[in-house]
Ligand binder design. Structure first.
Ligand SMILES: C[S@@+](CC[C@H](N)C(=O)[O-])C[C@H]1O[C@@H](n2cnc3c(N)ncnc32)[C@H](O)[C@@H]1O
Length: 191
């Protein structure tokens, strides 16, 4: 079966305990395709998924937009390993997954960004992926502030697609230029 034909097909590539987190934590296929279409513009753009989980957004984007490069940064090592292994299994080469906190990444190495409300689990403790990383209300604010500052430094024309964002992390210099078929998907461009 073509793994890119449906969410069920794609999610079945993951171990069962990861697949069962999909409806709450991993980007739906249709959202990933629309977000990637918005971001994969220009000559060989480099796109960063801020909190890449098990790689679902990057792998779908990389499959449908081979002209673009999709990197992911993820602080849960076990999820990052699953993403890296799946890229190898699918033979996808225009993607790479890094383990670490996004706060340590140099955003200037990328042109465009994807963000699926990665810090929300600090506010909704019943929705934790696992207990392998520190969780606190204070970290929600720290990460939001770090992301705000990093996005603010980016040049005019920078694009970001957000999914279920609280929008606290978005500097006012970014303008919403559209929404996806799913209205929780928003497209932003820096003025
Ligand atoms: C809602 S999931 C989205 C996963 C992926 N972007 C996707 O769309 O399928 C958010 C991910 O962000 C990760 N994350 C949260 N805070 C992070 C941080 N400070 N640095 C790196 N990753 C982080 C979480 O571990 C989780 O895997």
């Amino acid at each position: 079966m073509d793994p890119f034909s449906s969410d069920a097909a794609f999610n079945s590539l993951y171990p069962a305990h990861i697949a069962q987190l999909a409806s709450r934590h991993w980007t739906p296929l249709s959202v990933a395709k629309e977000a990637a279409q918005f971001l994969a513009v220009g000559d060989s753009p480099r796109i960063l998924d801020i909190g890449s989980g098990v790689g679902k957004f990057c792998l779908i984007g990389a499959h449908f937009y081979p002209n673009a490069f999709f990197a992911g940064i993820e602080h849960r090592g076990a999820l990052n390993t699953i993403a890296t292994n799946l890229a190898g299994q699918l033979g996808i080469t225009n993607t790479q997954f890094f383990e670490g906190n996004f706060s340590t990444i140099d955003f200037s190495a990328y042109q465009h960004f994807y963000f699926y409300n990665s810090f929300y689990e600090h506010l909704e403790l019943s929705d934790l992926i696992d207990d392998s990383v520190p969780i606190s209300n204070a970290l929600f604010h720290t990460y939001n502030r770090n992301l705000y500052k990093a996005l603010k430094k980016m040049p005019a024309g920078t694009r970001i697609a957000t999914f279920h964002s609280t929008e606290n992390e978005m500097p006012t210099s970014y303008e919403v230029v559209g929404t996806g078929s799913n209205e929780d998907l928003k497209f932003w461009i820096k003025l």
